[in-house]
Ligand binder design. Sequence first.
Ligand code: CAA
Length: 258
Amino acid sequence: MAYETIIVEIEDYVAVVRLNRPDALNALNAKLLGELADALGTLDANDKVRCIVLTGSEKAFAAGADIKEMSEKSFVEMYMQDFFTPETEALLRVRKPVVAAVAGYALGGGCELAMMCDFIICAENAKFGQPEINLGVVAGIGGTQRLTRFVGKSKAMDMHLTGRFMDAAEAERSGLVSRVVPLKDLMKETMAAARKIAEKSQIAVMVVKESVNRSYETTLREGILFERRVFHSLFATEDQKEGMAAFMEKRTAQFRDK
Ligand code: CAA
């Protein structure tokens, strides 16, 4: 796939999508988000892809929406274009797991993009923040809602109101990221996690993603009912029979996504 602002590589059933606007610290412009949406849709439909890793450079995952592109826009333009909604909805439609590997800055829309992934592994040099307040605006692609659910009201208010950055240790402590690893190991660790996911039954993997995401969309009671029903339904799959038989026969399961 030939893109100008992202690089896509597929290896061992894992696709790595690298944001690639080094001169702008991977700031998210319309071109990049359009290409990202297109790539993710294509990878979601590709049988050779079972897990997707989204990453940036060692200096920046993404330093936010592109301020230079955005600065002269009017309310009418922002509203009529429904600024970044179609592109970000495309990311949220991906049914395969998307893991964010974050090094350096994940600010504004960059932090929001990482939070739209299924989980975040970050390097020790990662810095998360929602500094839109310094520009006289607020987060625009989910940051006030998602950060609050990740880290709670007090810390989310602190981040959005002061615009301060959170380092990797604080991000792990507050539940924003699942793991912190040395910068040199970021891709190795993330690829190992992605390959592990790629080995599982893809049906069960997609059901996990749907079920965990459901916890953000509904009440606890409804979420638990949803989980119970999809759990029951997995007993209609060959992968469930194979997974449990393999356990009892003390061998590795061979999942066939059936
Ligand atoms: N948009 C456009 N360009 C950006 C950018 C952004 N968000 N962030 C960095 N750049 C550009 C800089 O303008 C600079 O380009 P030039 O060399 O052409 O001047 C280049 O990337 C390197 O940046 P710096 O020289 O500033 O690098 P630094 O190491 O001194 O600082 C930084 C790094 C702290 C991340 C700083 O660049 C910064 O504060 N960037 C803006 C962060 C921000 O405010 N993000 C929120 C954007 S709004 C948003 O995201 C809204 C939303 O929710 C949708």
